[in-house]
Design a protein. Structure first.
Length: 107
């Protein structure tokens, strides 16, 4: 599965919509951000996406992780937010889709 890559200039609502849509369809989303501004946008988008999903009876949990990313032959540390439905979600018992998705261009 590809990542939703967030930059400091990404629109919060667009990223939130992508997170919510991917969670609805694939029951799993990963959001990656490098730098304080990008992480700020990603977290705000996650909060907004949580609201969108909650309105549909889908409750999510998020596990933050570090990820090493190579950009221009330099290794950078990114924050990756792994978003999945929690046990009390309306579709938590449905098996996850194994289809691959393309990276959302939200810059």
């Amino acid at each position: 599965m590809d990542l939703i890559k967030v930059s400091a200039t990404s629109r919060t609502a667009a990223v939130a919509g992508a997170i919510a849509g991917i969670v609805r369809e694939h029951h799993h989303a990963e959001v990656q951000a490098i730098g304080a501004g990008a992480v700020n946008q990603a977290v705000k988008a996650l909060v907004l996406a949580t609201t969108y999903l909650k309105n549909d009876g889908i409750f999510v949990s998020c596990v933050p992780e570090f990820a090493d990313v190579t950009i221009d032959d330099k290794v950078r540390t990114a924050i990756k937010l792994v978003v999945e439905p929690s046990a009390d979600s309306s579709f938590s018992a449905i098996p996850r889709s194994t289809h691959s998705i393309s990276t959302a261009d939200l810059g």
